[in-house]
Design a protein around this ligand. Structure first.
Ligand SMILES: Cc1cc2nc3c(=O)[nH]c(=O)nc-3n(C[C@H](O)[C@H](O)[C@H](O)COP(=O)(O)OP(=O)(O)OC[C@H]3O[C@@H](n4cnc5c(N)ncnc54)[C@H](O)[C@@H]3O)c2cc1C
Ligand code: FES
Length: 329
C-alpha cells in the first residue's frame, strides 16, 4: 500500500493498519509530535486524498482553520487503511518537545488587573516548550483547565495569566483557594499556535484579554531567538482598567526597534490606548499583509474575527496560527 507525502511527493510503502505517525517517523519524515496520545495537536497533518482511520481525538478545536481548509487528522491517532496522500507541515514548523507531567508548586499569585491573576509556578524539572504553547493545569482532581504559558522555556518560573471568569469554577478556585506553596500538576506542552522561528517576514500578533499571555511568550521567544522581523502586537482590552502588560511590552520595544506595540480598548477613554476593536485597528493600519504570519490569541469570537481580517488582508491560511480560549469545561 502506498503513502504519498506532500510537499515533495515522496512515496512510502506501508502496511494497512500501521500508525501514521510511527510510519512517518520510521521513514524519517520530519513531523512535530509530543504527547503521542491525541492531546497536544502538534502532529496534525492534512489528508489530501484517500482516507485514514482516526480514533480517540481529544484535542479541542483551537484554530478557526482547524478543519475548514481540508480534512485534518492527528497522525498519532491515525491508522492507515488504504493508499493516501498526506500533507505534513513545512519542516520549519517541526517541534518535538517531550510531553511531561510536572509536579510544580505555586510560587506567587499577584493581580495584573482587577480580574487577572498572575500565577507563577516553580517546577523541580524544566518544561520544554515553544513560545505560544499551553499546558493543562490541575489544581485538584476537580479543578483542571488549559492555560497558556506567558514566559519562555528556560525562565526560572512558569508564568500563567488567569482571568477570573464570573461564576468560573476553576478561575474561582484560583482566586479563592489557591495559595503559594500549593501543588499544581502541569501537563504539556500542548498546542500548535507556537512561534515559527524560521519565518523572516513581519508578524502580526493579536491578543484579546489574557490572549496576551501566549503573545508575550511569542514576542519574548522571537526576540530571544534573535529574530529581527517586524512584530506588530495589537493588544485588545474591554476598557482601560483591563489593560495590562503594556509596560513590559513597551520596555522591550524600547530595546528592540522591530517590536511595535498597539494598545486598543473597546470602551472608555485612555491616553495609553486607541479606542475600538483590535480587528478595526488592524484594518485601519494595513491594506496588505501578504508574506506575514499571524498569531491570534484570546476569546473565540475575537480570534475568528481576527482570522477573517488577516485572511482578507492576504495572510495565507496556513500562516494564521490561532489559539482560541474555548470554554474547556
Ligand atoms: C488552549 C486554551 C488556552 C487557554 N489559555 C488561557 C489563559 O492563558 N488564560 C485564561 O484566563 N484562560 C485561558 N483559557 C481558558 C481557561 O481554560 C478556562 O476556560 C477559563 O479559565 C474558565 O474556566 P472556569 O472553570 O473558571 O470557568 P467555567 O466554570 O468553565 O465557566 C463558567 C462560565 O464562564 C464561561 N466562560 C468560560 N470560559 C470563558 C472565557 N474564557 N471567557 C468568558 N467566559 C467564559 C462559561 O461558558 C460559563 O458560562 C484557555 C483555554 C484554552 C482552550
Ligand atoms: S503527538 Fe499527536 S496529538 Fe500529540
Amino acid at each position: 500500500m502506498e503513502l504519498v507525502i506532500q510537499p515533495g511527493g515522496r512515496v512510502i510503502s506501508a502496511q494497512p493498519g500501521a500508525n501514521l505517525l510511527e510510519t512517518l517517523r520510521a521513514e524519517g519524515v520530519p513531523i512535530s509530535h509530543s504527547c503521542m496520545s491525541g492531546r497536544c495537536g502538534t502532529c496534525r497533518c492534512r489528508v489530501v486524498a484517500g482516507e485514514v482511520l482516526e480514533s480517540g481525538r481529544e484535542i479541542k478545536r483551537t484554530s478557526p482553520h482547524a478543519d475548514a481548509d481540508g480534512h485534518y487528522v492527528l497522525a498519532c491517532m491515525s491508522a492507515l487503511t488504504g493508499p493516501c496522500v498526506i500533507e505534513v507541515p513545512e519542516p520549519d514548523e517541526i517541534v518535538t518537545h517531550p510531553a511531561r507531567v510536572l509536579k510544580a508548586k505555586v510560587e506567587s499569585l499577584d493581580a495584573l488587573t482587577h480580574d487577572i491573576l498572575r500565577v507563577r509556578l516553580r517546577s523541580p524539572k524544566p518544561l520544554d516548550f515553544s513560545p505560544g504553547q499551553y499546558a493543562t493545569l490541575q489544581f485538584t482532581p476537580e479543578h483542571i483547565r488549559p492555560y497558556s504559558m506567558a514566559g519562555i522555556a528556560g525562565d526560572e518560573l512558569l508564568e500563567f495569566h488567569v482571568r477570573l471568569v464570573p461564576g468560573g469554577r476553576v478561575s474561582g478556585y484560583v482566586r479563592d483557594t489557591l495559595r503559594p506553596g500549593d501543588a499544581v500538576r502541569v501537563s504539556g506542552p500542548l498546542g500548535t499556535a507556537y512561534l515559527r522561528s524560521r519565518h523572516e517576514g513581519p508578524m502580526l500578533c493579536v491578543a484579546g484579554g489574557t490572549g496576551l499571555a501566549p503573545v508575550m511568550s511569542i514576542v519574548r521567544g522571537s526576540l530571544a531567538a534573535g529574530m529581527t522581523n517586524d512584530i506588530h502586537v495589537y493588544a485588545g482590552a474591554r476598557s482601560p482598567q483591563d489593560v495590562y502588560g503594556l509596560e513590559v511590552l513597551r520596555t522591550l520595544a524600547d530595546e528592540y526597534p522591530n517590536l511595535h506595540v498597539h494598545s486598543i480598548v473597546a470602551s472608555g477613554a485612555s491616553v495609553d490606548a486607541r479606542p475600538g476593536l483590535v480587528t478595526d485597528a488592524v484594518t485601519a493600519d494595513w491594506t496588505d499583509l501578504s508574506g506575514w504570519r499571524s498569531y491570534l490569541c484570546g476569546s473565540p469570537p475575537m480570534v475568528d474575527a481576527a482570522a477573517l481580517v488577516a485572511t482578507r488582508l492576504g495572510v495565507l491560511p496556513n500562516h494564521i496560527h490561532a489559539d482560541a480560549f474555548y470554554d474547556a469545561a
